[in-house]
Design a protein around this ligand. Structure first.
Ligand code: SF4
Length: 463
């Protein structure tokens, strides 16, 4: 049952799949892809490689570079592979919940990796349990696995089974699925989470973001359409579009925060989207200042845009230690407070005596930005004007991201002026809610965490 963001089913993840036709070392390719997708999840990772229906797999808690050694990679032989990076939002970060999930079923092996969150998983899980199913993880991906196994007994192929599963599951899901002979990519009918197709010579890649294709020197073929199933096997790639055609609800926060700036999602450059957010912000909330700085990493592009629009020079004000996870993805409050100091330092010589515009992508609880503003002022900044390249968070997310329950959202309990005072800024401005639409190109989008306008009913929600 979903009780807000800290429910055990919520996660923000990255997925990758590789179908080899050229003799590539599949495990090394998946490793590269996972490395590029590391920003999407830093708590656990894994890969499963199919060697003629025998699955070689390895998964564990930790970063990609920690979990996979040369030795481990050399043991992961095969011609089809899938991989996953995971972040669990509620502290349930166990090895069992790490993905891909691999099962034996009626047709051999089935492996799956999932980015997103179902909004009817608990309901489906109860039904499955009542019919005798046993679950080993708290992940909703296992619900999809069970449904796929059941449907496969009634259908001629795994893709047909997945087509049927899609009529049962609701919510956000970008999936990579591996059967004994196929690699399958599936994007939910609303397209909440991204998924794209790449090609390297004759080999195919599925990835959450295009940056994972770049790292392999693969060419971008296209995005998987919302509702589409792409099947890759020895015949090449084919597509099933029975679930296509619904209104698209791509998560706007992919552009604002989650995705890497060098990725392109559904035809829109993440970097350009963020620069535009900064420009819109500068128009909506101008201020007299000496330097614009961005909070690394996702505030940097919007700061660039703010500087371009306002004419205030862009400068380097905060230095990031890149070797720890992002502040937003820390499970407890105390760790979050400490991690700000561990990961960011102020470039004192650059900010001293200056009026600073500090651009960040969001304010969730306010703790992080309050600490950064304090550090800037201690380093000699005379004023700190905070600009946020998203509207205030007012609603939790049920589609697989860590936007917490209302009680943890600072904007739910405080006016803008009260937030300004709480974080210690000299002024505060958010991207106006009616301008979010400009960040997504012509794509339909979800902005429920700002508007409360959920594109689909949340069936698991605890009343
Ligand atoms: S509620 Fe917010 S974070 Fe969740 S999918 Fe919608 S836009 Fe993205």
């Amino acid at each position: 049952m979903i009780k807000g963001c800290f429910d055990s089913l919520h996660e923000e993840c990255g997925v990758i799949g590789f179908y080899d036709n050229n003799g590539y070392d599949v495990a090394s390719m998946i490793y590269l892809g996972l490395f590029a997708l590391q920003h999407r999840g830093q708590e656990s990772c894994g890969m499963a490689i199919n060697d003629d229906n025998h699955i070689n797999q390895h998964k564990d808690l930790g970063l990609v570079s920690e979990v996979f050694t040369k030795d481990i990679l050399s043991r992961l032989k095969g011609t089809i592979g899938i991989g996953h990076v995971r972040y669990s939002t509620c502290g349930i970060n166990t090895r069992e919940n790490a993905q891909p999930l691999v099962s034996q079923y009626v047709k051999g092996t089935l492996s799956m990796a999932h980015n997103g969150n179902l909004v009817n998983a608990m309901k489906l899980k109860s039904e499955l349990k009542a019919r005798g199913s046993i679950f080993q993880t708290s992940s909703d991906t296992e619900v999809i696995m069970h449904l796929a196994a059941i449907e496969r007994t009634k259908t001629k192929s795994i893709e047909e089974a997945m087509e049927n599963v899609m009529t049962r599951i609701k919510g956000a899901y970008s999936l990579v699925v591996m059967s004994p002979r196929k690699l399958i990519g599936i994007r939910d009918p609303q397209g909440f989470r991204p998924l794209c197709i790449g090609k390297l010579k004759d080999s195919y890649i599925l990835a959450s973001e295009t940056c994972a294709l770049d790292v392999m020197n693969a060419e971008f073929v296209r995005d998987v359409e919302p509702g589409e199933i792409v099947v890759i096997d020895h015949n090449g790639l084919r597509s099933i579009k029975a679930h296509c055609g619904q209104p698209k609800n791509l998560c706007v926060f992919e552009y604002i925060y989650f995705a890497r700036p060098d990725s392109k999602i559904d035809g829109v450059s993440v970097h350009e989207s963020r620069v535009l957010a900064g420009k819109l912000l500068a128009k909506a909330h101008p201020v007299d200042a000496d330097m614009v700085i961005g909070v690394p990493d996702s505030g940097i592009n919007a700061a660039e845009g703010y500087s371009q629009e306002s004419g205030i020079p862009y400068g380097y004000g905060l230095v990031k230690n890149r070797y720890i996870g992002r502040t937003f993805i820390q499970p407890t409050q105390s760790e979050r407070i400490e991690s700000v100091h561990i990961k960011l330092n102020v470039l004192k010589s650059n900010v001293e005596g200056k009026r600073i515009v500090m651009v960040d992508d969001s304010i969730v609880r306010g703790t992080t930005c309050a600490n950064i503003i304090k550090m800037l002022k201690e380093a000699g900044a005379t004023e700190v004007h905070m600009r946020v390249s998203a509207p205030p968070f007012l609603w939790p997310c049920y589609f697989g991201t860590d936007i917490p329950s209302k009680k943890d959202l600072i904007a739910c309990h405080n006016s803008i002026e009260e937030i300004r005072q709480l974080i210690g800024a000299d002024s505060l401005g958010f991207l106006p809610a009616d301008q979010v639409k400009y960040l997504c190109g012509s794509n339909g989008y979800c902005d429920a965490c700002f508007s409360g306008d959920y594109p689909i009913p949340i069936e698991d929600i605890e009343e």
